[in-house]
Ligand binder design. Structure first.
Ligand code: ADP
Ligand code: MG
Length: 628
C-alpha cells in the first residue's frame, strides 16, 4: 500500500472548495456523473480509433444510494485508471485529464463530445463527503487500485480485487449533508443536471409490464419484470439533424423539457453552428399569456448535454428570454460572473447569432405560410416588438415580417401600408398618417367614425407600442401615427372640401365663452370645429403627443424625459354645425344652458371611458330626470 501527501497547494484549496468555489453544493453529483460520462466516451473514442482493444458494449452509469452505510456510489464502465493515473489525475489538483486527453487526440476527438472545463470537478465531492474512495480498473491490462482520502491532503493507494473495467466512486456522506442520502433528492438532482447526458444513467430499478403474448388466452395475467430505471435520454432532439426530426418530434421534446407545460409551442427554431463557435439547440416560441408573468420555464443552457443553468441572461438577447428551449455550447465560459459574460466577445457573437437566426426563421415562416403566421401574430408580437426596440440587428430585419393588424382583422407589413394608403391617408405635408386604436371597445365610437370614412385603422394594443411608434416615426421621415381619438381626423388628413361653419365669427365667440364658463379649464381646452352636422356635437380628444409621452413615462423608460407625472389634459372639440351647438347658443336660461353643456360633456366623457364614480352616478341621475 502507498500512502502519500497531495501537493501542498491543496491544503489551501480544500476549504476553498467547500466554502467559496461553489455556492451550490449539489453540483458535486453533476461533476461526478460528468466524469463517469467522460470516462465512458473516452473509451468509446479509443475503441473507435483502434487504440483500446476491448469490447465497448453498452455501458451504463449507475448511481446508488445506501442510506444505512451512509454512502453514495457512482459506478461507470468507462476507461478506468491505473495506479499511476490516479496519482496523476486525481492527486494533482487543477490538472485536467480531460484537457490533456483533448490535447493528445485533438483532431480525432473533436466530435466525441468530451465534457470538461468544469474546473475542480472531482474534488467537489468533498463538499458533501467526509471520505471518498475510488476503486478503479483501467481498460489497459493493469491491476485495479483503491484510493482513499478523507479530505485532508493525505491519501492511501493500494491494490484492489476489482475485476471489471471502470471506476466506482464511493462518497461517505458527511453529517451536514445527509440530504444526499435521500433517494428523492438524488433523483431530483439527476433529473435537473443529467436528464440529457449522452450515456445512460441508471438509478434503481422499476417494474415493467411485459407485452401480452399473441397466443395469450382470456385468462392471461399480465407479467411484470424488474428493469433498470434509466433516468436520462442520451440522444435529445437538439443533438440530431433537423432533417431527421418531424414537427411531432419537436413537440414531444418540448414536453420532455417542460413536463408541466400542456400548451403546444407555436413554432421552433433549430440552432446549429460550428464556426466560429460551437452551438446547437432548439428554441420554442411559447403561447404567452397577455401579462408577462414571471416565467419559470426558461431557456436551459447545457454544455455537451450537461445542464449548467437556466439563467441565460447575456447569452441570449434579452427579448428572447421569453422563449423556451435549450442551448448547448462548449464555448460558453462557465463559472464566471455575469458581467464578464456580457463583456466577452465570444458570448456577444453567440447572442448576435441567435438574434439573426431567429429573425431569419421568422422571415421564412412569414413567407412560407403567411396565413399561419398571421394567426400566430397576436401571441408572438410582444417578443418581436420588444426585439425591434432593444436589438438594432433585429430591427434591421424585422421590416420583412413584422405585421400591423387592422381593427377588422387584416394584416399588413409597414411597406404594404405605405403602398396601400399613400393615396388616401396623407396629411397636408404628404406624410402618411397611420390611424390606430389601442382598444376596440373603449374607442369604438372613434373607430366606427374613421372606418365609415373609409380610413384604415390599425389595432396596436401592446403595452410597449407607444415606444415602438416613436421609433418608427423617427426612422421613417414620411410617417406619422395618430390614435383615432387623438384629433379630428378630417383636420389631420388632407381633405379637399373643408367644412364651412354655419355660425358667424361672433356666434362662435359667444358659444366658446358659454362653454368655457361651465367646463373645468385646467382639464379641457375648448376647440370649435366645423364638421358634418351628423358628427358628434362634443368630442373629447387627447393630443397624440401628450398621450404618448404620458404612456411612455408609465411603461418603462421611467424618467426618460426627466418628467414625473403628466397631468391629464384634453381637448373638448365642439362641432359648430351640430344642432346641439345651435341649441346652446340660443338657450337664454343660464341654468338650462348649463344642464345642456354638462350633459353633452358627460356623454363625450362616457364615450371615451372617462366618466367614473360620483360623476357617473350624477350623470345617470340627471339622465333619468330628463326622460321622466
Ligand atoms: P476534469 O473532469 O475537468 O478533467 P476532474 O477533477 O473532474 O477534472 O477530474 C480529474 C481527472 O480525473 C479527469 O480528467 C480524469 O482523468 C480523472 N477521472 C475522474 N473521474 C474519473 C472516472 N470516473 N474514470 C476515469 N477517470 C476519471
Ligand atoms: Mg470532471
Amino acid at each position: 500500500m502507498t500512502t502519500g501527501k497531495i501537493n501542498v497547494s491543496v491544503e489551501n484549496i480544500f476549504p476553498l472548495i467547500k466554502k467559496f468555489l461553489y455556492s451550490d453544493h449539489e453540483i458535486f453529483l453533476r461533476e461526478l456523473v460528468s466524469n463517469a460520462t467522460d470516462a465512458t466516451l473516452k473509451l468509446k473514442h479509443l475503441t473507435n480509433i483502434g487504440e483500446a482493444a476491448v469490447e465497448y458494449g453498452n455501458p451504463v452509469i449507475s448511481v446508488e444510494v445506501d442510506k444505512e452505510a451512509k454512502q453514495l456510489r457512482i459506478i461507470d464502465q468507462g476507461l478506468g485508471m491505473t495506479g499511476e493515473e490516479v496519482e496523476k489525475y486525481i492527486n494533482q489538483v487543477a490538472f485536467s485529464g480531460a484537457e490533456e486527453f483533448l490535447e493528445k487526440y485533438k483532431d480525432s476527438a473533436k466530435d466525441s463530445g468530451i465534457i470538461g472545463h468544469f474546473g475542480l470537478g472531482f474534488y467537489s465531492a468533498f463538499m458533501v463527503a467526509e471520505k471518498v474512495e475510488i476503486i478503479t480498473k483501467s481498460y489497459k491490462d493493469e491491476p485495479a487500485v483503491h484510493w482513499v482520502c478523507d479530505g485532508s491532503p493525505e491519501f492511501t493507494l493500494e491494490p484492489s480485487d476489482k475485476t471489471t473495467r471502470g471506476t466506482e466512486i464511493i462518497l461517505h456522506i458527511a453529517e451536514d449533508s445527509t440530504e444526499f442520502l435521500e433517494e428523492y433528492r438524488i433523483r431530483e438532482l439527476l433529473t435537473k443536471y443529467n436528464k440529457f447526458m449522452p450515456v445512460p444513467i441508471k438509478f434503481g430499478t422499476k417494474t415493467q409490464t411485459l407485452p401480452k403474448p399473441e397466443d395469450a388466452g382470456d385468462d392471461y395475467v399480465a407479467e411484470t419484470v424488474e428493469v433498470d430505471n434509466i433516468i436520462n435520454n442520451p440522444t435529445p432532439a437538439w443533438t440530431k439533424q433537423p432533417a431527421d426530426l418531424t414537427d411531432e418530434d419537436y413537440k414531444a421534446f418540448y414536453h420532455e423539457l417542460y413536463p408541466t407545460q400542456f400548451e403546444e409551442p407555436l413554432f421552433n427554431i433549430h440552432l446549429n453552428v460550428d464556426y466560429p463557435f460551437n452551438l446547437t439547440g432548439i428554441l420554442y416560441f411559447p403561447k404567452l399569456s397577455g401579462d408577462l408573468q414571471v416565467q419559470k420555464d426558461k431557456i436551459q443552457l447545457y454544455q455537451n448535454q450537461v445542464f449548467v443553468t437556466d439563467n441565460v441572461e447575456g447569452i441570449v438577447p434579452e427579448f428572447l428570454t421569453m422563449l423556451r428551449g435549450v442551448i448547448d455550447s462548449p464555448d460558453i465560459p462557465l463559472n464566471v460572473s455575469r458581467s464578464y459574460l456580457q463583456a466577452d466577445g465570444a458570448v456577444k457573437k453567440i447572442s448576435n447569432y441567435i438574434t439573426r437566426k431567429v429573425a431569419d426563421k421568422l422571415k421564412s415562416l412569414f413567407s412560407e405560410n403567411r396565413e399561419d403566421f398571421e394567426a400566430k401574430w397576436n401571441d408572438i408580437k410582444i417578443v418581436l416588438e420588444y426585439g425591434m426596440l432593444s436589438e438594432p440587428k433585429f430591427y434591421e430585419k424585422a421590416g420583412a415580417f413584422v405585421l400591423y393588424p387592422t381593427v377588422d382583422g387584416k394584416y399588413f407589413t409597414l411597406d404594404e401600408l405605405k403602398e396601400n394608403l399613400a393615396a388616401t391617408q396623407t396629411d397636408k405635408n404628404g406624410k402618411l398618417v397611420l390611424l390606430y386604436a389601442s382598444n376596440k371597445d373603449t374607442q369604438h365610437g372613434y373607430i366606427a367614425e374613421a372606418t365609415e370614412k373609409g380610413y384604415e385603422v390599425l389595432l396596436l394594443d401592446s403595452p410597449i407600442v407607444s415606444h415602438l411608434i416613436q421609433k418608427l416615426e423617427a426612422d421613417n421621415d414620411n410617417l406619422t401615427f395618430a390614435r383615432v381619438d387623438a384629433e379630428n381626423i378630417d383636420k389631420l388628413i388632407d381633405k379637399d372640401e373643408a367644412q364651412l361653419s354655419k355660425l358667424s365669427d361672433e356666434e362662435k365667440d359667444t358659444l366658446k365663452g358659454q362653454i368655457e364658463a361651465i367646463v373645468p379649464k385646467q382639464t379641457y381646452t375648448v376647440q370649435l370645429e366645423a364638421m358634418d352636422s351628423n358628427s358628434a356635437p362634443f368630442r373629447i380628444t387627447q393630443p397624440e403627443f401628450m398621450r404618448r409621452m404620458k404612456e411612455m413615462s408609465q411603461s418603462g423608460g421611467g424618467g426618460m424625459f426627466g418628467m414625473g407625472n403628466f397631468p391629464d389634459m384634453y381637448n373638448l372639440v365642439v362641432n359648430t354645425n351640430s344642432p346641439l351647438a345651435g341649441s346652446i347658443l340660443t338657450t337664454d336660461d343660464a341654468t338650462q344652458r348649463e344642464a345642456l353643456v354638462k350633459q353633452a360633456l358627460d356623454l363625450a366623457k362616457l364615450s371615451q371611458n372617462l366618466l367614473k364614480g360620483e360623476e357617473l352616478t350624477a350623470f345617470v341621475k340627471r339622465s333619468f330626470e330628463l326622460i321622466k
